[in-house]
Every structure is written in structure tokens, then in C-alpha cells.
Design a protein around this ligand. Structure first.
Ligand code: 13P
Ligand code: ZN
Length: 275
């Protein structure tokens, strides 16, 4: 099957376009990867090149051995993906040990996968394990309101999660585990990937202070929807703070407990205590 006609490629392109319209992808900001299903990889096998040289990932990810990923190229703009997908995205294959990758399609005028490829892959490995293989999408964006929040709150999983859950009734239902927050680190670094791996093992979304967010999901809709919900809550938080007016009422811890009961969800233990 022609690669650009595959449903997963079309959905990948749609997400890059939706993210662009949200204003989350200035210049080359953000990146996206999809763990291609075995049957999807089989359908496009005939369209792949034999593959260039193997390049190190910088760690061993045996959970991802032999897997294929569709991923944005480093330095590429999300806004250009829809115009020329073949020059802006690539299919990369991992070797039998999950230590090296090689490109099998795309980046037609040259290039490499995103500089955050290691962070994407550690997220894929953790989420594949945790979800029994359901989780396939890792999405990194630069949404302005969540970035703004990281200047005003302590970098604590619990503090960020509680503030966000309290902004919209739907939040605790959409992300009952909450959100993780790392320290500030150099983008693309090994430390950043390690810290992201630690947080994504506990949550489906991770905030990078003064930088952006990672969101994961089984589908493109799930990952994008999670990013959107968290950023919407952050937008409300920033709007409230910006008025300078006192808050007269809010979603309380008791309200969150009521949501837990009504929607049969389990909010992360310990986040509701100690108010
Ligand atoms: P890339 O262009 O390498 O994907 O980097 C963009 C980015 O957002 C870095 O965090
Ligand atoms: Zn970034």
C-alpha cells in the first residue's frame, strides 16, 4: 500500500495540522511519533527502502526491538507536514536489541528524526509495557498556558495535578492519574529522557518546565485530546490569575471525591490529602 494512503499516516498528518492551528508549534517546536502496528508495517513493507546505516539511540530499549516508528524530522515545522509529508516525517526501524535505529522512508531531502527521539522512545517503551501494547502515540507540544504555569507553581506532580483538576470538572475524569512535572533540563539530553521516563511511568502526560508537554495515548485522538484538555485547564488557571480578583468558589477536594465515586475512577492516591 502507498504509504501516504495509510490511515495512520493520514491521522499523523491531521494531528500535526490540528496542533499547528492551536498555536502550539512555533517554528520547529514540538514533535510527534507513532509506534506502527505489525499489520500496518506489513502493508507498507514494499514501499520502504532497504535502510541506511544504523545509528545509536543512546540506550537499550528491548521492549521496542524490531518496531517501526513514524516520527517528525528534527528542525522540521509542523505547519509544513501537510504540504509535503515525505520531506518532513520519516519511518525509522529499531534493531533486534532496541539499541539502534535506521531510516526506511521519508525526509526525502535528508535529515534525521526529532532531537527528542530518545525521550519519545522511552515513553513508548514504558507505555507499551503498561498498556499491554495499546499505547502507540507520543506527542510533544509547546502550549503557552501550561508553560506559563511553570513560572508560578512549585514543580511538583501533586501541586500541578490538583490545580489542573480543579479548573474543569472533566479534568480528573480525563486524566485521573494526574500529570508529572520534571525539573528544567537541556532539551534533547539524556537526562531529559531519563526524567521523562521516570514521570511517564506514573502519568500519561509530563510537563517540561519553561518548555512544553508530552502527552501519550492509544490513538492520535487520545494523545491530542489529553494535550488539549490539560492546556485548556491551564488557560483557565492563567486567566483567573490574570484578573487579580479573589476566587469566590472552586472545585473542592470533596467535589473531586464525588467525581471519583460518580465516574468510577481512581485518582492518584495521596494527591487529594493534606489540603
Ligand atoms: P526538533 O525539531 O528536533 O523536533 O525539536 C523541537 C523541539 O520541540 C525540541 O524540544
Ligand atoms: Zn520542545
Amino acid at each position: 500500500m502507498e504509504i501516504l494512503k495509510s490511515a495512520f499516516v493520514k491521522e499523523f498528518i491531521k494531528l500535526t495540522n490540528d496542533g499547528t492551528r492551536m498555536g502550539w508549534h512555533e517554528r520547529n517546536g514540538g514533535n510527534l511519533s507513532y509506534r506502527i502496528a505489525t499489520e500496518e508495517a506489513r502493508e507498507i513493507e514494499g514501499e520502504l527502502s532497504p535502510g541506511g546505516e544504523w545509528k545509536p539511540i543512546g540506550r537499550a530499549l528491548p521492549d521496542l526491538a524490531g518496531e517501526f516508528f513514524l516520527v517528525t524530522g528534527t528542525g522540521k515545522y509542523f505547519s509544513n507536514v501537510i504540504l509535503d509529508p515525505e520531506d518532513n516525517i520519516t519511518i525509522a526501524e529499531l534493531d533486534a536489541e532496541g539499541r539502534n535505529y535506521r531510516q526506511r522512508w521519508g525526509l526525502s531531502r535528508g535529515g534525521a528524526p526529532t532531537s527528542e527521539f530518545a525521550s519519545h522512545l522511552v515513553c513508548h517503551a514504558a507505555k507499551k509495557r503498561e498498556s499491554g501494547g495499546r499505547s502507540r502515540v507520543v506527542y510533544h507540544a509547546h502550549p503557552g498556558n501550561i508553560i506559563a504555569m511553570t513560572f508560578l507553581l512549585p514543580l511538583s506532580d501533586r501541586v500541578f495535578t490538583l490545580e489542573l483538576w480543579r479548573m474543569i470538572s472533566e479534568c480528573s475524569i480525563v486524566f485521573p492519574k494526574g500529570v508529572g512535572v520534571t525539573e528544567w533540563m537541556v532539551p534533547g539530553s539524556e537526562e531529559m529522557a531519563d526524567a521523562t521516563a521516570r514521570e511517564i511511568a506514573k502519568f500519561d502526560a509530563v510537563i517540561w518546565p519553561h518548555h512544553g508537554m508530552f502527552a501519550t495515548g492509544a490513538t492520535f485522538d487520545e494523545a491530542f485530546g489529553l494535550m488539549y484538555t490539560i492546556e485548556k485547564a491551564a488557560e483557565i488557571w492563567i486567566k483567573i490569575k490574570s484578573t487579580g480578583m479573589p476566587i469566590l468558589q472552586s472545585i473542592t477536594v470533596d467535589n473531586l471525591k464525588a467525581l471519583e465515586q460518580a465516574f468510577h475512577i481512581r485518582l492518584t492516591e495521596g494527591f487529594l490529602s493534606g489540603e
